[in-house]
Design a protein around this ligand. Sequence first.
Ligand SMILES: Nc1ncnc2c1ncn2[C@@H]1O[C@H](COP(=O)(O)OP(=O)(O)OP(=O)(O)O)[C@@H](O)[C@H]1O
Ligand SMILES: [Mg+2]
Length: 208
Amino acid sequence: MENGLKHNDNIVNYGIITSVRGSIVDVEFENNLPSIYSVLHTGKDNQIVIEVLTQLGSQRIRGIALNPTQGLARGMRVETTGKELTVPVGKNIMGRMFDVFGNSIDHLEPVSNVEQRNIHQPPPPLGTRSTKSECFETGIKAIDVLVPLERGGKAGLFGGAGVGKTVLLTEMIHNMVGHNKGISMFCGIGERCREGQELYEEMKKQMC
Ligand SMILES: Nc1ncnc2c1ncn2[C@@H]1O[C@H](COP(=O)(O)OP(=O)(O)OP(=O)(O)O)[C@@H](O)[C@H]1O
Ligand SMILES: [Mg+2]
């Protein structure tokens, strides 16, 4: 490596932003390119967080900004952290709300006794996965009869605005907890974070 330095993620390194397109940010480094999935900080108070997604050649990386990029411009300084994003996991996070960085955002006490785990994890090994196909009962007859879901599978719900997607999801979450003693997790992206808040308030009301 240049200057005889070994690539070391623990050394703070600085780069310069070369392009900003929406949330996609390119950063140039003279040496010690940060590794993929590592986190960079930039912005006025270092409040903008960028996750490295690709290395474009030996001096440039392309990353995605995880918060709004207003005010971000070419030529701004970027600082490496050498760390990757982690989130709290475990029983103590149940019923709580977090942002993408794992910080609690429900104005309650900070979560304690939790393990911090990297957001990038390998999939479970094939040997531990179920090989049989089972129906996952949602308790909603129209779904269970006409379009049954597979246990352990994935399903998408598409529809026009205001046709009842959220109501259906809420009903499924309700049944999951009530009938199956299961766990549901809601992730909102962008503007849809608002729905997480609404769901949280709704669930809290029902619990009281
Ligand atoms: N099964 C239903 N029976 C009667 N009314 C319903 C039903 N499902 C939804 N609605 C009504 O439709 C309204 C919109 O539903 P919902 O918010 O679930 O739509 P959405 O598809 O999530 O909309 P958006 O695309 O805006 O997120 C609800 O406020 C509710 O009043
Ligand atoms: Mg909706």
